[in-house]
Design a protein around this ligand. Structure first.
Ligand code: ARG
Length: 394
């Protein structure tokens, strides 16, 4: 039985499965970003005289070819590769030979994973914010189609004041725009170049240029000092998931309204058959499962955030393998957010309010009447309130 620490011996399969776990599958999405960061790193090494121009060329072309064939689905990361960084380096070396072994000079997987994650999250945040914009657009169009229609406004789920489809839709649209800004504001934490911090303590001897990789990867600043980099792991991720959780909360509350409005008792909206599902036992039923699951996932989104927050907390400084566990809830949250926004956007285009079922009884205008009394008769609001309350009692 070979010892784990014996170099060159096969690692015990169970340890490998436990430590690499789902990481190799999760890392699939980081491949293009790791390639981008690696090409920037190699370019910097070349410019600093640490890598021959021909080797740099071979590395850049080899990595790009690997990114392309990966995008075409021609290879995937194996459990034995552990993660995208090792998978890319070993495949690169297979393909271009010795030059592949030169790319890892002056770096570590610890700064590599942060670079790939930040580039990835920058893209995700921007595309998600764009998709939220589409949902805002749909709500605005709903307000154009049926905005004039009056709706009862509820507090405590009791009829409170007159509202309208326009007010309802614009309220959600405004908060979604706020979520859009919140998502984009996470850029502050994503825009720091981790490369060159290597394992977490910088690169001795070699004249590397962290400013150059910053420029090549379009980060706003170099993440300094090197010891800050590993302390920051999980913070941008949590920031993004926090904004995702708030976005999901708004979509979940929108979905909750639609579930309520689609009940036979309310019947304020008609949901098209394509958006509902049937019952396996009661032939008459159409169920709003889509909206129920949006509501359900909005609660899960808070749990994913908590899961991310719980990983780095209490760790001593520097890199720890625990940090790898941040990726699963992070990706789950991001994927759920994309799917939810896209489906809700699609659904909103098909939601129709039913004026024939919406009636505002006079009590909804009680506050309004009290205000009129104050204006017309100059009496204190409390007195007007009592007079209207008495009239309503009769
Ligand atoms: N998969 C690892 C992670 O996400 C990559 C970094 C591994 N670094 C190491 N020293 N084992 O954290």
């Amino acid at each position: 039985m070979p010892r784990l620490w014996e170099k060159g011996e096969p690692l015990d399969q169970r340890v490998l499965r436990y430590t690499a776990e789902e990481d190799h599958r999760l890392d699939e999405r980081l491949v293009p970003y790791d390639v981008r960061a690696s090409i920037a790193h190699a370019t910097m090494l070349k410019e600093r005289g640490l890598l021959a121009a021909s080797d740099c060329e071979a590395i850049a072309q080899g990595l790009q070819a690997l990114a392309d064939s990966h995008a075409r689905g021609e290879w995937s990361i194996r459990l034995e590769d552990e993660d995208c960084h090792t998978a890319l380096e070993s495949r690169l070396t297979e393909q271009i030979g010795e030059a592949g072994g030169r790319v890892h000079l002056a770096r570590s997987r610890n700064d590599q994973v942060l670079a790939a994650l930040r580039l990835y999250l920058r893209d995700e945040v921007e595309s998600l914010a764009g998709e939220v914009g589409q949902a805002v657009q749909e709500l605005t169009e709903l307000a154009v189609r049926q905005g004039e229609l009056e709706l009862p406004g509820y507090t405590h789920l009791q009829r409170a004041m007159p509202s309208s489809v326009a007010l309802w839709a614009h309220g959600f649209a405004a908060e979604l725009q706020d979520d859009q800004q919140g998502l984009r504001a996470t850029r502050r934490r994503l825009d720091k170049n981790p490369l060159g911090s290597a394992a977490g303590y910088g690169v001795p001897v070699l004249p590397i240029d962290r400013e150059r990789t910053r420029e090549l990867l379009d980060f706003e600043v170099v993440h300094e000092p090197v010891t800050a980099v590993q302390l920051s792991r999980g913070k941008a991720e949590a920031h993004v998931l926090f904004e995702v959780a708030l976005l999901m909360q708004d979509l979940g509350r929108l979905a909750a309204d639609l579930v309520l409005f689609a009940t036979q008792e309310f019947a304020f909206v008609k949901l098209p058959d394509a958006l509902t599902t049937g019952s396996s036992i009661m032939p008459q039923k159409r169920n709003p499962d889509l909206f129920e699951l949006v509501r359900g996932r909005s609660g899960q989104a808070h749990a994913w955030l908590l899961e991310v927050l719980s990983v780095p907390v209490k760790l001593t400084s520097g890199y720890h393998r625990d940090l790898q566990l941040i990726k699963a809830p992070l990706f789950r949250g991001i994927d759920a957010a994309h799917d939810t926004v896209l489906l809700m956007t699609h659904a909103l285009g098909d939601v129709a309010f039913r004026p024939e079922n919406i009636e505002l009884d006079p009590s909804l205008f009680a506050a309004e009447q009290a205000y009129r009394l104050v204006i017309d008769e100059g009496i204190p609001f409390r007195e007007a309130y009592r007079r209207i309350a008495d009239e309503l009692k009769e």
